[in-house]
Design a protein around this ligand. Structure first.
Ligand SMILES: Cc1cc2nc3c(=O)[nH]c(=O)nc-3n(C[C@H](O)[C@H](O)[C@H](O)COP(=O)(O)O)c2cc1C
Length: 361
């Protein structure tokens, strides 16, 4: 953790990266330069590309986080439900690479010691989501660590800004895994940008390619945080059956549901359902959550006994952006593709403009 694989001054790194020939892995014929997109986020975090790996409990381990950081983004490991052992294990997997750690706030409130386990390793950033960050931001700031708050509403964005967030992730309900119920990425991001002044805003939810990064920048965001796209990478902790199911799935098959949390006895507040693939289990229990809770031990046994490839029962958390996930590359290749496509998209967008834009536009 203390070593910094993204070492040197930002300017030196930018110059270095700008010189680096861009060749996508497995494509020795490419010899273009890797484009650079510099934003307030890249400057603040000292990274090359404005891309964060979302801290996903079941998928974003130390290996994936390190791969994202080594490719010029910033990887964040998931901490499960504020599990100190999981934090130590995944940070060890990341080795000397500079990564951050993400916490689910309502779980951290029950086990604040997990934050100390993370801060001991001097992470690049701590991300807090799904609750009020205020009780924890002072401690994180005192440790000299950057604070990233993921929010689901405009009111939460203002709360995070007042609590001292260095970066605010505006997460729409398009996202894979847990999110709010009310706001989509497209409407939430510019509203948060307008509300939080100079704090860099990152867009999350439904972004899985370079068009999504370009769109986020057009909305005023300084970068993106992606989960679903990275679940299907070589370094993801998911097993092959999960990755294959993700590849075969489309956004139309996703839904926000609480049933997978209810059956596991996970204490998620009802305002944070999770987006997952609809399956026989969710169809059976959606709308009958109280009944399921009453039957929880029996049903949990069935779920636990389910074969790993039985996706009629097993949950696959995934977002609306899953339509765009069609292969299982390495994380570095994902980042190269996204930056290249975003740069092309932004350039194409600029060519659509005739005349001089007015300042108020
Ligand atoms: C499999 C999966 C697990 C997730 N786990 C967490 C988590 O443990 N903590 C968290 O803050 N967010 C979690 N998220 C949500 C992400 O932080 C992020 O907001 C989301 O992935 C962005 O949307 P996208 O999936 O469309 O890229 C998870 C998302 C997925 C897909």
């Amino acid at each position: 953790m203390l070593g910094n694989s993204v070492g040197g001054s930002h300017a030196t790194r930018m110059a270095d990266v700008a010189q680096r020939p861009y060749s996508a892995p497995n494509d020795a014929t490419r010899d273009t330069k890797m484009p650079m997109i510099e934003t307030a986020l890249t400057r603040l975090l000292g990274i090359e590309h404005p891309i964060l790996l979302a801290p996903m409990g079941s998928a974003a381990g130390g290996k994936l986080a390190a791969a994202v950081t080594n490719a010029g983004g910033l990887g964040l490991v998931g901490s499960g439900y504020a599990n100190a052992d999981a934090v130590r294990k995944e940070l060890a997997e990341a080795g000397n690479t500079r990564v951050g750690v993400g916490f689910i706030l309502w779980a951290l409130e029950k086990n604040p010691a997990a934050l100390e386990a993370a801060l001991d390793a001097r992470p690049a950033a701590i991300m807090l989501s799904f609750g009020d960050p205020t009780p924890f931001t002072g401690r994180i700031k005192d440790a000299g660590c950057k604070i990233i708050c993921q929010v689901q509403t405009l009111a939460q964005a203002k709360q995070a800004a007042a609590a001292g967030a260095d970066v605010i992730i505006a997460q729409g309900r398009d996202a894979g895994g847990h999110s709010g119920t009310t706001r989509g990425t497209m409407g939430l991001v510019p509203a948060v940008v307008d509300a939080v002044g100079s704090i860099p805003v990152v867009a999350a939810g439904g972004i899985a390619d370079g068009r999504g990064l370009a769109a986020a920048l057009a909305l005023g965001a300084a970068g993106v945080s992606m989960g679903t796209r990275f679940t299907a990478t070589r370094e993801s902790l998911w097993d092959q059956a999960m990755k294959a199911t993700t590849l075969a799935a489309g956004g139309d098959q996703t839904e926000q549901t609480r049933v997978f949390d209810v059956v596991r006895g996970a204490a998620w507040p009802a305002i944070y359902p999770g987006r997952a693939l609809r399956n026989a289990f969710s169809v059976r229990w959606n709308g009958r959550e109280d009944e399921l809770a009453a039957d929880q031990p029996a049903q949990e046994k069935i779920v636990l006994a389910t074969a790993p490839d039985d996706f009629d029962t097993r949950v696959v958390w995934t977002g609306e952006g899953v339509d765009l996930v069609n292969d299982i590359p390495g994380a570095a290749e994902v980042i190269e593709r996204i930056v290249a496509q975003a740069a092309e998209t932004l350039a194409r967008g600029a060519r659509l403009v005739h005349g001089t834009p007015s300042r108020s536009a």
